[in-house]
Design a protein. Sequence first.
Length: 228
Amino acid sequence: MSATGRDAQRPPLRVVVADDQASVREGLVLMLDLLPDLDVVGSAANGEEALEQVARHRPDAILLDLHMPVMDGTEATRRLTAEHPDVAVVVLTTYADDRSVLDTLRAGARSYLTKDADRLHIAQTLHSAVAGLSVLHPQVRATLLAAAADPPPAADARDEAAEPPDGLTRREAEILGLLARGLTNPEIAAALFLSQNTVKTHINRVFAKTGSRDRIAAARYAREHGLG
């Protein structure tokens, strides 16, 4: 069967759009609703409304502005990840170098785009996020790699001595933490000066030891155990 035939049989992604600027929010809704593979089922003007819309409509993904009143995108992402872990969070904001980017990705956002992205790029990113893949603006990727290369904050002796859970080695825990931040295998390899095959082997061992079927489950495990 052709790719077109498969796409015709696949139902459109159900999406919620959250942005505090009415003109931006309404423009995104109109723009994305024109695409045959997306169905915008709700919109919100702040983080609390975003949570309500997700609870009401059970979408596949949410396109979430980072800076909103009442509850910002980082806190909304944290709540969404905890309460609706199957909903992919894609952050859309103005600046790639926003200081909140790392906090939002650590909170569970799967992808991060700037508002100059066109509708096809946004649609592709939403589909990728639902499939468990991360799509990051190049400057965001560079920020993540820089953060990974920075030495961790000082810890007390007890923390240093603590062993990772479930038989994970320290290297596996380190790689799991980077995976949870949204880094791809090549990015992890570059950050840790390892080969991609070595990273893949470590990730397969992480999956086996944590009982994770995919990167989404592994990232969730990392957050639950304070590794991501």
